[in-house]
Ligand binder design. Structure first.
Ligand code: ADP
Length: 220
């Protein structure tokens, strides 16, 4: 718990498949702050075919990190929009010590939530994951199926599997996470910003733990 008002400048950190995106999109709606996902912003740039998207595409498909300057360009633009002034839920950034240092120069943070999930669960979740390319909603054939097979509950869009959820790319993403992102756990622990959430179980179980951790009232 963090006093009466819930934290508003939040970072979600954790391995691919930990459920950050699923939790972030719902919590952001409840807190009335934007959900800033660098993965989503990059996928939108790829879909648009912008020069930035064309440069990022190959890295993403292979499961590698997109070069810092490209990610920073889209993040800076998004964080600078008026709706991010009263808070944000940042998902997918930072992923390296260098990105953490950059973020410190861009904004202060209230809390960093680390999603703790067993490696075997991660691969299961990633291989069953389907997303809506229109609104970014995430489903899972096992844990959170859409009401109508293959269609988004929110806008009826046709669900797709991400190219980087193929087994070869998943392997690279998990390796990159272990080498480059996992050290950020200690980075934020040292700064007194870290909270750890148990990311196992159903999305609603995790959501309830998160609410308690962040002091979000049930009524919100
Ligand atoms: P996940 O966390 O499940 O891997 P994301 O949607 O957050 O999925 O990211 C998908 C891909 O987008 C990453 O594998 C990487 O290629 C790219 N990406 C997202 N955020 C960053 C970042 N901060 N730095 C570099 N690349 C990034």
């Amino acid at each position: 718990m963090r006093g009466r008002s819930p934290a508003r400048r939040i970072v979600f950190l954790g391995p691919p498949g930990a459920g950050k995106g699923t939790q972030a999109s719902e919590l952001a709606r409840e807190l009335h702050v934007p959900h800033l996902s660098t993965g989503e912003l990059l996928r939108a740039a790829v879909a648009e075919g912008s020069p930035l998207g064309r440069s990022a595409d190959g890295h993403m498909r292979a499961g590698r990190l997109v070069p810092d300057d490209l990610v920073l360009e889209i993040l800076r633009e998004r964080l600078g929009r008026p709706d991010a002034a009263r808070g944000f839920l940042l998902d997918g950034y930072p992923r390296t010590e260098a990105q953490a240092a950059t973020l410190e120069r861009l904004t202060a943070l209230d809390v960093v939530v680390w999603f703790d999930v067993a490696p075997r669960t991660l691969t299961e979740r990633l291989s069953g994951r389907w997303t809506c390319p229109r609104c970014g909603s995430v489903y899972n054939v096992a844990g959170r199926p859409p009401r109508t097979a293959g269609r988004c509950d929110l806008d009826g869009g046709e669900l797709v599997q991400r190219p980087d959820d193929r087994p070869e790319a998943v392997e690279v993403r998990l390796k990159v996470f272990g080498e480059q992102t996992a050290p950020l756990l200690e980075h934020y622990r040292r700064r007194g910003l870290l909270e750890v959430v148990d990311g196992s179980g159903t999305p609603s179980e995790v959501a309830a733990r998160l609410r308690q951790l962040l002091g979000v009232p049930e009524s919100l």
